[in-house]
Design a protein around this ligand. Structure first.
Ligand code: PMP
Length: 320
């Protein structure tokens, strides 16, 4: 378990002096990739983003970028929600991301952050008649939350933003205030992570992760209509469960108290990876240890993302 005062390992600004960014159509040192304070996206949260991992495989001396195209297709869909079009296609953005990673030359796990944002420097709440631009940078990145021993979660008092308020299906920067409220509440209350309910009281997801429960051998996860981000990891884990483990997967709404009675619960996402939940609202889940389905999925997932399983190599783009 990550301790409360132990922040996940993320890059600080001092460590970024050798890193690059794709900014205003060219590669520049990350320290020079700065926007003006009047930028619309900064003032109003009118930006969309992605979190992409690249895994270092020391045996092959190779960096594997995970799911580049699905992430760049999703950011384009998020951008369209906010009436933004950029000239680069998802394929071109994937190529730019690889070039950026090659310039950074890191031999460790990396987190890539593409952002498409309203770049006009102007005051006024709206989406139309504004310019948009894209930027991408990467930082060395380790664990975001614990992935082995299991985490302790709290059902948040904050509710998930509704599709008709700020759509969760778009990865919209301003919407992450919702996750931040929930995450800080949980951590300051002594938990590791928050589980957020929809306005009508069904389980939606974690602060930045999708959620699964296992009950009676069946894997259950909230449907995309319960205000979740349509996670790429979620989709992959459903495929592995069905096709490799022969586990039945059901997408349906989940009640809060089903969490307490679940045999297993886990969170998943690009940043979070696979994180077993062993306690919710001070009730032990599955005897306080990660369960068999969680462990089996986790084993396959971590091998797949590092390029150790030929069957899942199609998820990966070798960078070097
Ligand atoms: N839900 C939210 C709110 C997230 O921020 C993320 C992380 N992108 C996820 C779910 C997981 O999505 P993915 O597996 O595509 O990273």
């Amino acid at each position: 378990m990550l301790k409360q005062d132990q922040e996940p390992r993320t890059a600080s600004v001092e460590k970024t002096t050798e890193l690059w960014a794709f900014f205003r159509g060219e590669f520049v040192p990350l320290r020079d990739a700065n926007i003006n304070v009047m930028t619309h996206g900064f003032n109003y949260g009118t930006a969309v983003f992605e979190g992409i991992r690249a895994y270092w495989n020391a045996d092959e001396e190779q960096l594997f970028a995970l799911e580049l195209l699905p992430h760049f297709e999703r950011i384009r869909a998020s951008a369209r929600l906010l009436m933004m079009e950029i000239r680069q296609s998802p394929e071109e953005l994937a190529e730019i991301a690889c070039e950026l990673l090659r310039r950074d030359g890191l031999r460790e796990d990396v987190y890539l952050r593409p952002i498409i944002y309203k770049s006009s420097e102007t005051i006024g709440v709206r989406l139309h008649n504004l310019d948009a631009d894209v930027t991408i940078f990467g930082v060395p990145f380790g664990q975001y939350i614990d992935t082995e021993g299991g985490i302790r979660a709290q059902v948040s008092t904050w509710r998930r933003t509704d599709d008709n308020a700020i759509p969760a299906r778009g990865k919209i920067t301003g919407a992450y205030v919702n996750g931040a409220l929930a995450k800080s509440e949980a951590q300051l209350n002594g938990f590791d992570e928050a589980i957020v309910l929809t306005a009508d009281g069904h389980v939606s997801e974690g602060s930045a992760e999708n959620l699964f429960i296992v009950k009676g051998g069946v894997l259950v996860t909230p449907p995309v209509t319960d205000n979740i981000l349509e996670g790429i990891t979620r989709r992959r884990l459903m495929e592995i469960a069905r096709e490799e483990l022969g586990v039945e997967v059901v997408e349906r709404s989940i009640d809060r108290t089903e969490l307490y009675g679940a045999d297993e619960v886990f969170l998943c996402g690009t940043g979070a990876q696979m994180s077993p939940v062993i306690e919710i609202d001070r009730r032990s889940i599955g005897g306080g240890r990660p369960g068999p389905v969680t462990k089996a999925l986790s084993r396959i997932y971590f091998d797949a993302v590092r390029g150790r399983l030929p069957a899942y190599r199609s998820w990966l783009t070798p960078v070097y």
